[in-house]
Design a binder for this molecule. Sequence first.
Ligand code: 5GP
Ligand code: MG
Ligand code: MG
Length: 180
Amino acid sequence: MDHNNYVIDQLISAKSIAARVEALADTISEHFHDTDKLVVVGLLRGSFVFIADLVRELDLPCEVDFLETSSYGNSMQSSKEVRILKDLRGEIEGRDILVVEDIVDTGHTLKHVIGLLQSRNPARLEVCALLDKPSRREVDVKATWTGFEIPDEFVVGYGIDYAQRNRNLGYIGSVRFIQD
Ligand code: 5GP
Ligand code: MG
Ligand code: MG
């Protein structure tokens, strides 16, 4: 497939994202208001912009750590096999954990990550996902908080890539292939 033959249609503006991130951060700050043990865990690489904006809106002391799972690579197909490419640096036993994910699609990634982190006995574990595609779900898993529900479209921007490009867009758009 020719990876250059596409356009990006804006789905969610930078302004809408910023407003939603602020609201999510308020809810999360309220939920964890009594903790001094929060570890915000970003799933690399798609969540890096979202986590950067979200933690700066949190009204809480927190640490930041990262976990990297195997991804689509350069394809647009999801995979049921989830591998850990980079594990957390810190111990999470007894800690409050907020997992930050870019998109919950089939749900395999999130289910695997939740299982892995729960096995390390955190005090509490919640998930904040920027985007959710409920129509694509294959396993029963849900983020505690979701930024936006979106239809079954392949999206890019705000940290999310297509073939490693477009992560630097300030908005979220859907990829549309052009026939010639
Ligand atoms: P799941 O395991 O839920 O099927 O999908 C997990 C990962 O697939 C997401 O965290 C995200 O990195 C990637 N993914 C799912 N939908 C999209 C999409 O529309 N665009 C891009 N670039 N990645 C996606
Ligand atoms: Mg992801
Ligand atoms: Mg990706």
